[in-house]
Design a protein around this ligand. Structure first.
Ligand code: NI
Length: 397
């Protein structure tokens, strides 16, 4: 091994794997990542950083806290939180908290950025600018939005560009996927309450049955994409939860529908939401009920800046080889709050493929999912390559 930096990375990997497994075993939900914050903070201090808390349970650390304000600064982001779900694996480091599990691989993303922190610290003097490490809480769930809070707290002040990554088992292991422009969906939460009048099941004529109205609404919403907006624009409306009633013989007074709206264009989102409101108003009039639409909260469209996506592509071609870099399968219909970071400053988000050739690797949010430790060195090399290239290019401008 002639490259001393590669040797340093190899020496680091066993410890990073250990940390990743420990984080996996002790998962924490959004804005509750106190233990994780403690572990990351201790690691950063051990490597000479002076991290500061951000967004409650997040951390921000600068490689050069006293950097010349004119020197370029690149930010790198990892997400810290787990999902509120069951762990179905029998891994030795399976979650010790029922109902909480790292099923999106944020434990791995955190370990990657910790590895980057250690490698950067070892070459601090060599770099042509500053690097800011963002350990972000609460990525999961549209009411999480830890990235939005970090931006509001000034985490990107003075930052020229921001980069983030995610493992993705639907893409082949060792491949990097990235594109310019729309990368991940504008994802909105849809919550609809149908208010009717309940009563005895034997006298439906004396009720305003919210279940029948809700059933018609579910069917009518299927025409929003196709009749309301074209189906070629990539818009999706899905109703994923229907809830009403508690007994066999009682017509309830309300029904709830939960679902999601996904698009790749804010104007399409607006049109879809307008059309949902029109359909809901019509159903309400037809069935004599009141339909209430809760504010469609969500994450905005994640847009990669062309020059940042190009930088990711160039680094990836060097790290994994040109044949393993592409944009097939993008943009993804999932939402991601990195969108707020990429709205604040130019940035790019990319995927590290984690799937076996047979396509049997459990995907993110599946109860059998586990982060692939082989991605730790790949993620570190990608981030270090971006820091090297972009600091050099930005300071030459
Ligand atoms: Ni995730």
């Amino acid at each position: 091994m002639s490259d001393p930096s590669a040797e340093g990375l190899l020496a680091l990997l066993p410890r990073l794997r250990e940390i990743r497994h420990d984080l996996h075993q002790h998962p924490e939900l959004g804005f509750e990542e106190h233990r994780t914050q403690g572990i990351v903070g201790a690691w950063l201090r051990e490597h000479g950083y002076q991290p500061r808390d951000c967004a409650g349970t997040g951390l921000v650390a600068d490689l050069h806290p006293q950097a010349d304000p004119d020197a370029p600064c690149i930010a790198l982001r990892a997400d810290l939180d787990c999902l509120p779900m069951h762990e179905a694996t029998d891994l030795p480091y399976r979650s010790v908290h029922e109902g909480r599990a790292h099923k999106c691989g944020h434990d791995g993303h955190t370990a990657i950025l910790m590895g980057v922190a250690a490698r950067l610290a070892a070459q601090r003097e060599r770099l042509a600018g500053n690097v800011r490490l963002l350990f972000q809480p609460a990525e999961e769930g549209v009411r999480g939005g830890g990235a939005r809070v970090m931006v509001a707290e000034g985490a990107l002040a003075g930052v020229a560009e921001v980069y983030g990554l995610h493992n993705w088992p639907s893409f082949p292991r060792g491949h990097v996927r990235v594109r310019s422009g729309a990368m991940m969906a504008d994802a909105r939460r849809l919550e609809i309450v149908v208010h009717g009048t309940g009563g005895h099941a034997s006298e439906p004529e004396r009720c305003r049955d919210p279940i029948v109205a809700a059933a018609h609404l579910v069917v009518a919403l299927q025409t929003v994409v196709s009749r309301g907006v074209g189906s070629h624009g990539g818009a999706v409306v899905s109703i994923c939860r229907v809830a009403a009633g508690d007994a066999h013989n009682v017509i309830p007074d309300r029904a709830e529908l939960w679902g999601t709206v996904r698009t790749f264009d804010p104007a399409v989102t607006e049109r879809v939401l307008e059309r949902i409101e029109e359909v809901a108003t019509g159903i309400a009039a037809a069935f004599g009920v009141r339909v209430e639409l809760l504010p469609p909260e969500g994450y905005p469209l994640l847009v990669n800046a062309p020059r940042c996506a190009d930088a990711v592509r160039r680094v990836a071609e060097r790290v994994v080889g040109p044949s393993r870099v592409g944009d097939e399968g993008l943009p993804l219909g999932a939402g991601e709050d990195f969108a707020y970071l990429a709205q604040a400053v130019p940035g790019a988000y990319f995927f590290l493929g984690a799937g076996d050739p047979a396509g049997t690797t459990p995907g993110c949010h599946h109860p059998d999912f586990d982060f692939d430790d082989e991605l730790i060195p790949l993620g570190i090399e990608m981030f270090l390559g971006l820091v090297d290239d972009r600091l050099r290019e930005l300071s030459a401008q």
